[in-house]
Design a protein around this ligand. Structure first.
Ligand code: SF4
Length: 352
């Protein structure tokens, strides 16, 4: 397929005029770009902004991130989900401190070796913060190129992604690799929208776009459907004791590793089974009213939650558990977004 005429002359002026004023754009140090890019993976910009501000206030340098405690780190990450991203950030920060004196390396290959840094993130840090001529190809960029070239290749196929990346680089101006990469992402986020809604009339590349000329943009990009998620029923128990609500620490590996949660059991337990499971855990409690059902969607699994309030007779928490009052719940313990509904009930102080 012949290369299009250069897109940067139309794309960059559009970007300079329309780029959103994001806090990490005002001061794109390697650390700022890195943290923001990790936060933005699987999180909307609006949701990441407040977290980013709080994070940078609390941990302004790589060394601060390397040194902070796990509870503080998870608290700063609370609500963003995918907590392994926070763990990897800290692991990488420690490597950066030990190996690079606290400064991220100005090398795409070395960045790629850091935990949690894939090709896209290494490309974003490399091009935006260091001005390296490297690609940063995310879903937005794949969609834009699929349409620009009217290419029906399946963007989930690594060979197709590689071929698209070659095209992205053919158009990258050597003097502005970071601006060009950001401009493509911004175009995908603001104009060349997914879900059959590209705003072609507002697009700086409309004149060049082959899908627009062919009228095929709504059917692009082509991608294989992800597998259906598994549904996992979960029984939740909000157990109140003299010292507050009973929290459980999750195991150190697997889903939501190391985070806190209300007492829960896998499976849709009956009331009698839930009471027995609680007793097996070492908690003497009587069950009260039913909790509202809640659902949380992870990438491959859906939790369908329901359960009961319970009142514990004693204030001693079994191993791996702790009682927390509303204030500790708000400020001390990081509860994943999966438990938003139940956290609101616990911090609101209601009890069934
Ligand atoms: S013209 Fe339309 S389909 Fe083509 S790149 Fe622009 S917004 Fe996307």
């Amino acid at each position: 397929m012949p290369t299009l005429e250069p897109i940067a002359p139309a794309l960059l002026p559009w970007f300079y005029k329309n780029a959103r004023a994001l806090p990490f754009r005002a001061d794109p140090t390697p650390y700022h770009v890195w943290v923001s890019e990790i936060m933005l993976q699987q999180t909307r910009v609006a949701a990441a902004l407040e977290h980013y501000r709080r994070f940078m206030q609390a941990l302004p340098t790589v060394a601060d991130l390397a040194a902070c405690g796990e509870e503080q780190l998870f608290k700063l990450w609370e609500g963003l989900g995918y907590y392994s991203r926070a763990r990897n950030l800290q692991k990488a920060a420690r490597i950066v401190c030990e190996t690079w004196g606290g400064r991220l390396p100005a090398s795409y290959e070395e960045l790629l070796r850091l935990p949690g840094v894939g090709e896209y993130t290494a490309g974003a840090i490399g091009s935006i913060a260091f001005g390296l001529p490297v690609p940063a190809v995310d879903g937005n960029v794949l969609r834009v190129f699929s349409r620009l070239y009217n290419d029906p290749g399946n963007i989930m196929d690594p060979a197709v992604k590689k071929a698209f990346t070659v095209r992205v680089m053919e158009h990258q101006p050597p003097a502005a690799p970071g601006d060009y990469n950001q401009a493509l992402m911004e175009l995908g986020a603001l104009v060349c929208l997914p879900g059959g809604a590209p705003q072609c009339c507002a697009c700086p590349l409309a004149r060049l776009c082959r899908a627009r000329a062919a009228g095929t943009q709504l059917g692009l990009p082509v991608k294989t459907k992800p597998k259906a998620r598994r549904v996992q029923p979960i029984t939740v128990l909000l157990v109140r004791g003299p010292g507050g609500w009973l929290l459980q620490k999750r195991p150190d590996t697997g889903l939501l590793a190391g985070l806190w949660q209300p007492v829960l059991f896998e499976g849709a337990l009956t009331r009698a089974q839930a009471a027995a499971a609680l007793a097996d855990l070492g908690v003497r409690a009587s069950l009260g009213g039913a909790l509202p059902p809640a659902k949380h969607v992870f990438s491959h699994i859906e939790w369908h939650m329901a359960g009961w309030y319970a009142t514990a007779a004693a204030g001693t928490a079994p191993a791996g558990c702790a009682f927390a009052g509303p204030e500790q719940l708000r400020a001390g313990y990081a509860l994943p977004g999966a438990f938003k509904v139940y956290k609101a009930l616990m911090t609101g102080g209601s009890q069934g």
